[in-house]
Each structure stands twice: as C-alpha cells, then as structure tokens.
Design a protein around this ligand. Structure first.
Ligand code: PXP
Length: 247
C-alpha cells in the first residue's frame, strides 16, 4: 500500500502569515521542504491541491515542487478550464479530480461523476492525452464507482470523510460502504485509493477494506509533524500502513 502525502496545510500555515507578502524572505514553512522531507521518510508521492481561491498552495509552489522534488506528483484539481490548463503545463504523474466550491473548509463530498459524466469524461480524456493518469475522488457509492469506470479514468479515490467522523454502528456501516465500493471498483479494473480524514488512530480500521492501493493523507501528518517533525510523522504513518494485508 502506497502513501501519498498531502502537504497543502504546510502552505496553509505559511499563508496565514505571508499571504500578502509572497516575496518575503521570511515566508515559512516551505511546502517544497516538506515534500523533500516526506520523500526522505519514504512517502511514495506528494499531493497538492491548487484551489481556485489559492487559499493554500500557490501556482509557484506547484512549479517549484514539480521541478525540485523527484517523487511522483498528484495534483488535486477542480474540473475547470483554469485547472486543466495548469495540469497540462505542470504535467504531474497523476491528477485527482475533486469537487470544489469556495465556501467549503476542505473538500467536503465526492465528485458527482454520475451527474456530471460528460464534463468529467472530457476532462479525463484531455488529461490522459497529456500522459497524466487520472483519479476521481468519489463517495463510496456503487453508482459513482460505476460511473467513474465509464469515464475511462484509471483510479478512484474513495472519500473516507464519513468513515473518519463515524462512531459505533455508523462506523461499521461506513466500513461496509467502503468495502463494497472497493470491490466494485476493483472488479471494474480501477485502482482503488482512499483519502480524507485518515489519521494515526483510525487507519487500522481500513485494514478491513480490500483492494486499497494508496492512501492520501494530509492533515493528521502535518498536525503530528508539529510534535515530532515531518519526517518522523511520515515514517510513523508508513509504519501503520504496513499492517494492511497484502493482496
Ligand atoms: N484526498 C482528497 C481528494 C482531499 O481533498 C484531501 C483533503 O485535501 C485529502 C485526500 C487529504 O485529507 P486529509 O487532509 O484529511 O488527510
């Protein structure tokens, strides 16, 4: 199982102080430094989300990370012409299409691939024609998984936000939903990834979900890094992932 480290919140912290002073020599912390630390600690890829409102990652971060961090890059992006142009310029190894509205605090639900099939399929094809492998960030819903396979995308990333917030019987139900969605995705030939809200306390519960190839994790690693440093935080997460049953 692979770990994609999402470093958006390193940029969130920098923007909290330096959003209006982008050229300040004091601007810190550095997303590129975090990407390199994650690589040193065994991360398999780096994920960044250049949002329409540029609340954390800036275009120049994306360019700098692409240029100076040799790990595969996963660009999370809204299905927009602006972001498609950025992806075509940047040429990351992977793009993950996500829903995006300005008001949300973070990505709050999966992409409605079933409801936006024509638009999403066109975006998938454009990115693939540039050699970018595409993932669709969807709720663990059979209809969305099947619709994702129909777009020709190589991967889905199952949204684990509800799983992460559930307790008791609801948690069991969320694990069952993830399990069914992962099975359907795998049978349809998709690589099945998962992400959102995964942390050091709940990751082991995902051992029950089959076919997971990659987890994308950000917030909990960045938070943990404040106590133990970025490299150790990534190493600890990788160690937990080793408990995932191999196929
Ligand atoms: N995957 C996707 C598609 C996301 O939008 C996010 C949040 O930016 C993540 C994974 C990582 O979520 P978290 O920061 O909660 O680990």
């Amino acid at each position: 199982m692979l770990l994609g480290v999402n470093i958006d919140h390193v940029a969130t912290l920098r923007q909290a102080r330096y959003a209006l002073l982008p050229d300040s020599p004091n601007a810190e912390p550095s997303p590129l430094r975090a990407a390199l630390d994650a690589m040193a600690a065994g991360a398999d890829s780096i994920t960044i989300h250049v949002r329409g409102d540029r609340r954390h990652m800036q275009d120049r971060d994306a360019v700098e990370i692409r240029k100076s961090c040799p790990l595969p890059l996963n660009l999370e992006m809204g299905v927009t012409t602006e972001m498609t142009a950025i992806a075509l310029d940047l040429k990351p190894e992977f793009a993950c299409l996500v829903p995006e509205t300005r008001e949300e605090v973070t990505t709050e639900g999966g992409l409605d691939v079933a409801g936006r099939a024509v638009e999403v399929t066109a975006c998938v094809k454009t990115l693939q024609a540039a050699g970018i492998r595409v993932s669709l960030f969807i709720d663990p819903d059979p209809e969305q998984v099947r619709a994702s396979a129909a777009t020709g995308a190589e991967m889905v990333e199952l949204h684990t936000g509800c799983f992460a917030n559930a307790v008791g019987a609801d948690l069991e139900a969320e694990i069952a939903r993830l399990t069914e969605a992962a099975r359907i995705g795998h049978e349809a030939g998709l690589q099945v990834n998962a992400g959102h809200g995964i942390n050091y306390g709940n990751l082991h519960l995902l051992y029950a979900v089959p076919h997971l190839a990659e987890l994308n994790i950000g917030h909990s690693i960045v938070a943990r890094a404040m106590r133990v440093g970025f490299e150790t935080a990534v190493r600890e997460m990788k160690a937990l992932m080793e408990g995932y049953p191999s196929a």
